[in-house]
Design a protein around this ligand. Structure first.
Ligand SMILES: [Zn+2]
Length: 291
C-alpha cells in the first residue's frame, strides 16, 4: 500500500491507497486542534496504521504549503502554519510510519492530482494554476512533475506582468499575485474574494470591473506561460473555480487576443475537477511515483 497526506492550515488529511493509486480509505482532522507538528505526525501515523490493516505501507508523500525544502524534507516557515519553523517533516514521518516519505509543495501535488485523476487527464504538458488567496501553480511536462533546480518551478503568482505595478509581499512589483490574489483584492475592496466574485456574477458593475481587471492580468500570465511552456492544457484550480462563469470568458478572450499564439497551438483551458481533494490525490500519486 501507499499513503498520501495533505497538510493545510485548517485541516490535515490522510489517504491510504493501493499501489495503482486507488484510494481505499481517508481520514481528516483539524490542524489547529492537533497543535504541534509532532502531534500531527502522530495522528497521521495512527490513521495510516489503522487503515492499512496488516499490509505494509511502502511509500508516503505529503503536500504542504511553502516555503519548503523538498530535498531535505523540511517545512521552512509556512505563513499558513504558524509555529511550524524548520520542521523535519519527512524524517518525523519516516520514523513514525516506517517507510520512505517525500515532501512536495501543495500546489505541485494539486496539479499532479488533476493531471492523473482530474481535469488534466490525457494532457501531455499541463500547466496547473491555483487562484485563491494567493496564486500558485505546477508544471507537469511530458507527464512528469517539473519542480525546478530548487523546488521552486511553477511560481506563476510571482511572474511579473507590470514592472511599474504595485509592490507585492514578495518584494517584486507588478507580479500576478498583486493584481489577482484574493488577499490583495480583499484589501482593495474591503470584501472577501467570494463576496466580490459573487457580486460580479450577479452583475454588480464595480465588482465586475475589478474581477475583469484581475482576470485580464491572469490571462496575460497565461499568455506568458503558453509562450514559455507550450502546454496542451491549462487547468485552473482554487477558489476561483466557484466563479468560473465570470472568469473563464475573460481568460479565454485574453488568450485569444494574443496574435502570436495561433489557434492551432492555443491550450485548452479547463476548470479543476477535484476541488479541495486535488492535493490529497496528488500526494497519493507522488507516493506512487516514488515507489
Ligand atoms: Zn509576488
Amino acid at each position: 500500500m501507499i499513503a498520501g497526506i495533505d497538510l493545510g492550515g485548517t485541516q490535515v488529511r490522510v489517504a491510504l491507497a493501493r499501489s495503482d493509486g486507488r484510494i481505499t480509505a481517508t481520514a481528516r482532522a483539524r490542524t489547529p486542534l492537533l497543535k504541534t507538528p509532532e502531534r500531527v505526525v502522530e495522528w497521521a501515523a495512527a490513521q495510516i496504521e489503522k487503515h492499512s490493516g496488516r499490509e505494509k505501507v511502502r511509500s508516503l508523500a505529503i503536500g504542504a504549503p511553502g516555503p519548503i525544502d523538498t530535498r531535505r524534507g523540511v517545512l521552512v516557515n509556512p505563513p499558513n502554519l504558524p509555529g511550524w519553523r524548520n520542521v523535519p517533516l519527512t524524517a518525523l514521518l519516516e520514523q513514525a510510519v516506517g517507510c520512505p516519505a517525500y515532501l512536495e509543495n501543495d500546489a505541485n501535488l494539486a496539479g499532479l492530482g488533476e493531471y492523473h485523476q482530474g481535469a488534466g487527464r490525457g494532457a501531455v504538458n499541463l500547466v496547473y494554476v491555483t487562484w485563491s488567496t494567493g496564486v500558485g501553480g505546477a508544471l507537469i511536462l511530458g507527464g512528469r512533475l517539473y519542480s525546478g533546480s530548487h523546488g521552486s518551478a511553477g511560481e506563476i503568482g510571482h511572474t511579473v506582468v507590470d514592472p511599474d505595478g504595485p509592490l507585492d509581499g514578495c518584494g517584486q512589483r507588478g507580479c500576478i499575485e498583486v493584481f489577482c490574489g484574493g488577499r490583495q483584492l480583499a484589501a482593495q475592496t474591503g470584501e472577501s474574494t467570494s463576496e466580490l466574485f459573487e457580486a460580479a456574477s450577479k452583475g454588480d458593475l464595480e465588482a465586475r470591473m475589478i474581477v475583469n481587471r484581475a482576470a485580464t492580468y491572469m490571462g496575460i500570465g497565461l499568455i506568458n506561460l503558453t509562450n514559455l511552456v507550450d502546454p496542451d492544457v491549462i487547468v485552473m484550480g482554487g477558489g476561483i473555480t466557484r466563479s468560473w462563469k465570470v472568469v473563464e470568458p475573460v481568460l479565454t478572450a485574453t488568450l485569444r487576443g494574443s496574435p502570436f499564439i495561433k489557434p492551432n497551438r492555443r491550450p485548452r483551458l479547463r476548470r479543476a475537477r477535484l476541488g479541495d481533494r486535488g492535493g490529497l490525490v496528488g500526494a497519493v500519486e507522488w507516493a506512487r511515483h516514488n515507489l
